[in-house]
Design a protein around this ligand. Structure first.
Ligand code: 5AD
Ligand code: SF4
Length: 458
């Protein structure tokens, strides 16, 4: 949910026009970028990560906070300068900013050739073809809600892992959030579609899938299904070892899902369940549909029924009207639930949201910053304490790769989604390794290999 990354591997049709794809924002965007790569590859495009050899630059963008859009605008500033020297360079903005701003982006940036919204990715290759052929400027932002999930299964972040969209859009109206504007109403994919896609991924070496949806635990409700049914269906798939899912909504939590998480051995021992605040007044004003006590009840239930389960949080700090007492209620909730990880955000008013123009952004920035720093410190202490208790325990780690800072070190994750660092061979990447935790800080768990489990994928 943060860094601009050069996403999918730069491979495609050798000799075709070269596309530089840059991805900002959340996991959903990274997966959308994979769909874009697939569509462009099918149309004969190649990929590069070097500015100077690109024929087209495409930015997959995020609108969630002001800062995210800011970074894209400053990047467009740089690209505009480059385009003066290379007028043939095709420049496109894809995703949430395109959906939110549409044509006005083209007005603001003369160097921009096209915008393609979150539901229009299937048309990206046609749009790019047209732009390159005759220089027309194109706005494609009104696609159908039934987004095709046609994907190239080999375009994914790792041999052993893949993300799978199970639903798009969001039916909630949290007052701070642009997502319903940028991604539209909720549409779930049918169970068999998802099963077949996961099956193909598993046949290609994937052992861990992460199911993606804005309110993923509301998956399937139109068809009378629950996410629990999907977990149970995927449990049957030989070769698949882990199923994760993000992001869940507290209002959509039910016993059925908790039962399935408890019964399915492949289900990750981690639930990303953003409380957003611990103050009932704030939760009401955010239109979240639950109280802090209801949230506590869900957390208690989960921990009682699923041994070892961890929870992850998103918290918004300085939402309109947040008093010291409201903030203290959030501190209390965080201290009580003891999340294994938490993303903490300062409130950023977003145009077009229900709060925009209705709820004044009245918590001064220095107060937001001070509250944020305090909660960060509290959360760090909670993580540090928890990490200490893990010293001496053993974990089955799916290795994701070499640590950037020290190539002799590998990192990977256990079933509870803890990131664990340990010394090993690069060839262990994409395999399961048993690791014993030997050391920890607030941010990291480090350990040593105990025994290599026979590889689940070649
Ligand atoms: N300001 C700050 N944080 C926000 N989020 C969503 N909208 C805003 C906003 N306007 C946070 C929420 C959400 C996460 C993805 O981003 O915590 O869960
Ligand atoms: Fe945004 Fe709320 Fe929907 Fe999450 S549930 S995407 S915060 S509107």
């Amino acid at each position: 949910m943060n860094d601009a990354v050069l996403s999918p591997p730069p491979h495609g049709v050798a000799g075709g026009p070269k596309v530089l794809l840059e991805v900002f924002g959340c996991q959903m965007n990274k997966l959308d970028a994979e769909l874009v790569v697939g569509a462009l590859k099918r149309s004969g495009y190649d990929f590069t990560d070097r500015d100077e050899e690109a024929d087209a630059v495409l930015l997959v963008t995020c609108s969630i906070r002001d800062q995210a859009e800011h970074r894209v605008h400053s990047h467009l500033g740089e690209i505009s300068v480059a385009k003066r020297a290379r007028p043939d360079l095709a420049v496109g903005v894809l995703g949430c900013m395109a959906s939110r701003e549409g044509e006005s982006l083209l007005k603001r940036w003369p160097a921009l050739d096209f915008v393609v919204g979150t539901r229009d990715f299937p048309s990206v290759a046609t749009v790019l073809d047209e732009v390159r052929a005759d220089g027309t400027r194109i706005v494609a932002v009104d696609g159908s809600p039934q987004v095709s999930e046609e994907r190239e299964i080999d375009v994914r972040p790792a041999k052993s892992r893949a993300y799978v969209t199970v639903m798009r859009g969001c039916d909630k109206r949290c007052t701070y959030c642009v997502v319903p504007n940028t991604r539209g109403l909720e549409v779930s994919r049918p169970m068999e579609d998802i099963y077949n896609e996961v099956h193909r991924l598993v046949d290609d070496g994937v052992v861990e899938v992460t199911l993606l949806g804005q309110t993923v635990n509301a998956w399937g409700r139109g068809a009378g299904n629950s996410l629990g049914d999907l977990l149970e269906r995927l449990e049957e798939l030989d070769g698949l070892r882990r199923v994760r899912f993000i992001t869940s909504h507290p209002e959509e939590m039910d016993d059925r899902l908790i039962d399935s998480m408890a019964n399915c051995h492949k289900a990750g021992l981690f639930l990303h369940l953003p409380p957003q605040s611990g103050s009932d007044a704030m939760l009401r004003r955010m239109a979240r549909g639950y109280t802090a006590d209801r949230y506590r009840e869900i957390a208690r239930e989960l921990k009682a029924r699923i041994p070892g389960v961890q929870m992850g949080a998103d918290v918004i700090i300085g939402f309109p009207g947040e008093t010291d007492a409201d903030f203290e209620s959030t501190v209390e909730l965080v201290e009580e639930v003891r999340f294994s990880q938490a993303f903490l955000f300062r409130y950023s008013p977003r145009p077009g949201t229900p709060a925009w123009g209705r709820l004044a952004d009245d918590v001064p920035d220095d107060v937001k910053r001070a509250r944020l720093a305090r909660l960060q410190k509290i959360q760090a202490a909670i993580q540090e304490e928890r990490h200490q208790t893990l010293i001496g325990t053993r974990h089955e780690v799916l290795v994701e790769g070499q640590s950037r800072r020290n190539p002799r070190m590998l990192f990977g994750r256990n079933l509870a989604f803890d990131r664990i660092v340990f010394e090993g061979e690069p060839s262990w990447t994409d395999r399961f390794v048993d690791v014993e935790i030997t050391d920890s800080t607030a941010l990291t768990l480090s350990g040593k290999r105990v025994e290599v489990v026979p590889a689940a994928c070649p």
